[in-house]
Design a protein around this ligand. Structure first.
Ligand SMILES: C[S@@+](CC[C@H](N)C(=O)[O-])C[C@H]1O[C@@H](n2cnc3c(N)ncnc32)[C@H](O)[C@@H]1O
Length: 296
């Protein structure tokens, strides 16, 4: 990793976001730049970040955004609840949390009773933030989960990957991740992959602070995701890839997993707080799903 990247702090990321916003305004010629103006501005600014590994820089930029996301209703009353609801009791389990970010999912899995949870993420900044939260039984490490150097020595009862697999750019990358997971799972171990709902992704979405702009509807095509706060201020954006449920199903099965799809759910507490109406669209077309994949 070069020095320029090492020095890239979250404060600088905020400054940079402002520079991108100003650049986008210049491109659009008005105060409300479109997504493609933001994209163009991003490209211009990114070219100035010579030699920085682009994807890592993007994830590091959104690290602060993710902390902010923890206060939003989806995160509070649905995202975490969906994980708890489907994964349940992890008493005495050894868990590996892929793409752990700053460790929210990792610590949640630990709270579900896991004996140990090891969180790994490609982003140095995310791991840095995660390590600041010292939790006994929880460890972190920087690692590319789609890479060839995935350590195979330790075995796990459960592997999780929350909001991760949709970053795969090709079928080969999905296969690579699954091969890596298969090699570290105990027999009958389970991989839980939470991912943006492919059905929802195909049709777009603009609710609950999530704005999705599909760039295409073919397998592997990119979609731009923006997270907004209640005043519709964008605080984070990133792009992911569309893979249909059929494609996931076929690849998971070919790599030795038997899978079930689980729709995102909302806690009673969330329904009481915001009312049934607020959640209707989400429950009819959840923003995310869990793929429960059992090693066969
Ligand atoms: C949306 S965040 C999810 C964080 C966390 N799992 C959660 O639920 O809050 C996605 C994370 O995937 C990580 N990531 C993307 N590609 C990766 C890869 N090839 N290997 C490891 N982590 C990766 C990013 O750095 C980012 O922290």
């Amino acid at each position: 990793m070069n020095n320029q990247f090492e020095e890239y702090t979250l404060d600088k990321a905020h400054d940079e976001a402002n520079v991108i916003r100003e650049e986008a305004k210049k491109i659009s010629g008005n105060e409300n730049p479109s997504n493609s103006d933001y994209q163009k501005a991003n490209d211009i600014i990114d070219k100035k970040l010579d030699n920085v590994y682009f994807q890592e820089a993007v994830y590091d930029k959104i690290a602060q955004g993710y902390e902010k996301a923890t206060v939003r209703p989806l995160r509070k009353f649905s995202y975490n609840y969906t994980i708890e609801h489907y994964i349940g009791d992890l008493k005495d389990k050894k868990v590996l949390d892929l793409a752990c970010g700053e460790g929210i999912s990792t610590r949640m899995l630990h709270d579900l009773g896991a004996k140990t949870v090891h969180g790994v993420d490609i982003s140095e900044k995310m791991i840095e933030l995660a390590k600041k939260q010292k939790t006994p039984g929880v460890t972190y490490e920087q690692l590319d989960c789609m890479g060839d150097n995935f350590p195979k020595e330790n075995k796990f009862d459960i592997v999780s990957g929350m909001m991760f697999i949709h970053y795969a750019k090709s079928r080969e990358q999905i296969k690579k991740v699954l091969k890596n997971i298969y090699s570290v799972l105990e027999d009958d171990g389970i991989f839980y992959a939470m991912t943006v709902n492919p059905d929802m992704l195909k049709n777009g979405y603009e609710e609950y602070g999530v704005k999705i702009t599909p760039q295409g509807k073919t397998e592997g095509s990119e979609s731009l995701i923006e997270l907004h706060d209640f005043d519709w201020n964008k605080f984070c954006e990133f792009s992911i890839h569309y893979w249909s449920k059929e494609t996931y199903q076929e690849i998971f099965e070919s790599e030795g997993f038997e899978i079930e799809w689980k729709n995102g759910v909302v806690s009673e507490e969330g329904i009481d707080k915001y009312g049934k109406e607020f959640w209707n669209d989400f429950l009819n077309n959840p923003a995310y799903v869990i793929i429960k994949a059992v090693k066969k």
